[in-house]
Design a protein around this ligand. Structure first.
Ligand code: CA
Ligand code: CA
Length: 372
């Protein structure tokens, strides 16, 4: 009888602990503050604010620079075999040419998607445009989505296209310095948007006729899908950078909630079913940016991890995932202060990792082939 009550008390305590601790940060282990990498190699230098680096199905690195240039770079030599400048791009503060993605069937259709900021009759705006790569140039520009508000800060924007029979295009947008827009479902800002690659709106989006997929985002600049889970990294204000798992129709809290739900945020979180981050930076920020998923034998220490670049903290962060991908179990820091601000990351099919800097002059692409 005594044992029965003891177990009941333990179960009640466990239930209370789980409820009261729903806002607690998941326990993660920091395995190192500045771990060494070896076999780094400068692939390319002389760049200016590279924003996107992505590994193409042609085994070249495709890159955008904020001023409007798209290039195709040979990862072995650093030679640029193709360069095209989008003249409409207007770089202003953080704005300019931002994310880029190649269609899964790029080798056949040549579809290349870019998102950039431009001047629309005196208004600074953001749009998503599809080009066709053909004859070693970009032709046939088609506007896929327009009318996103842009500003000198908080423009997002990463693109992810799923590799399905019917691919879907996801785009992160920032609040463009207008915080309430993130909670307004009619606004295109502060969202993860979901479109068909031709710009039409999928019928199974959360709100009919609306590209909104999730909302309450401040400025997400990293986006990757792995094992059917979509991860996004998001800049916090003076605290609480976030990594989120993006789910259909969910509210991610901004500007009412920063990082996990706690203190005065709890009632908003309950009322709005806010989805908490799987990782956040706590009381300071490191300016989290490009995100990719690593699961290759070449660097076994990084298997089943998110790799995330940071600007302010000038590092590459490893976020080791749990087996189900739903939480972060360990974090580690690499390349800290070695190359300056790091903007984006991509991974080759052979498991080599590439990062690009964002220092503003003589920016570089750096290859990491192994860890000690
Ligand atoms: Ca959030
Ligand atoms: Ca909070």
């Amino acid at each position: 009888m005594f044992m029965k009550y003891k177990y009941m008390a333990m179960a009640l305590f466990a239930a209370w602990f789980m409820m009261s601790c729903s806002a607690c940060k998941k326990s993660t282990t920091d395995t190192g503050n500045n771990l060494p990498v070896d076999s780094t190699r400068i692939v390319k230098s002389g760049l200016s604010h590279p924003w996107e680096i992505t590994w193409g199905p042609d085994n070249f690195i495709w890159i955008t620079e904020r001023s409007g240039r798209v290039q195709r770079i040979d990862p072995a030599t650093g030679n640029s075999s193709f360069s095209f400048t989008i003249s409409e791009v207007e770089a202003n503060g953080e704005g300019g040419l931002l994310g880029m993605a190649l269609h899964p069937d790029f080798m056949n259709n040549g579809y290349l998607y870019v998102v950039y900021n431009y001047d629309n009759s005196g208004s600074y705006r953001e749009k998503l445009v599809r080009y066709t790569y053909s004859g070693n140039t970009l032709t046939s520009a088609v506007t896929i989505l327009d009318g996103i508000t842009a500003a000198g800060i908080h423009n997002g924007a990463r693109i992810w296209i799923t590799n399905d029979a019917e691919p879907k295009l996801f785009l992160t947008t920032g609040d463009a310095a207008n915080q309430p827009s993130a909670q307004q479902t009619a606004s295109l800002n502060g969202k993860v948007l979901r479109l068909n690659p031709d710009g039409t709106i999928p019928p199974d989006n959360p709100i009919a006729g609306n590209p909104l997929w999730s909302y309450g985002h401040r400025n997400a600049q990293g986006l990757v899908m792995a094992n059917n889970i979509m991860y996004a990294s998001e800049h916090g204000p003076s605290e609480e950078d976030e990594v989120n798992i993006i789910e259909k129709g969910r509210n991610y809290g901004w500007p009412d909630v920063k990082g996990p739900c706690n203190g005065g945020e709890l009632s908003f979180c309950t009322t709005n079913n806010v989805k908490e981050p799987i990782w956040s930076s706590g009381g300071s920020t490191i300016a989290v940016c490009g995100l990719d998923y690593y699961d290759h034998d070449r660097i076994p220490q990084w298997k089943n991890s998110l790799l995330m670049t940071t600007l302010k903290n000038s590092s590459l962060r490893q976020l080791k995932l749990s087996a189900d991908g739903q939480s972060v179990t360990e974090t580690a820091i690499f390349l800290k202060d070695e190359y300056g601000r790091l903007r984006d990351v991509c991974i080759s099919p052979e498991g080599r990792v590439y990062v690009c800097t964002s220092n503003g002059s003589d920016d570089k692409i750096i290859e990491i082939s192994s860890l000690p």
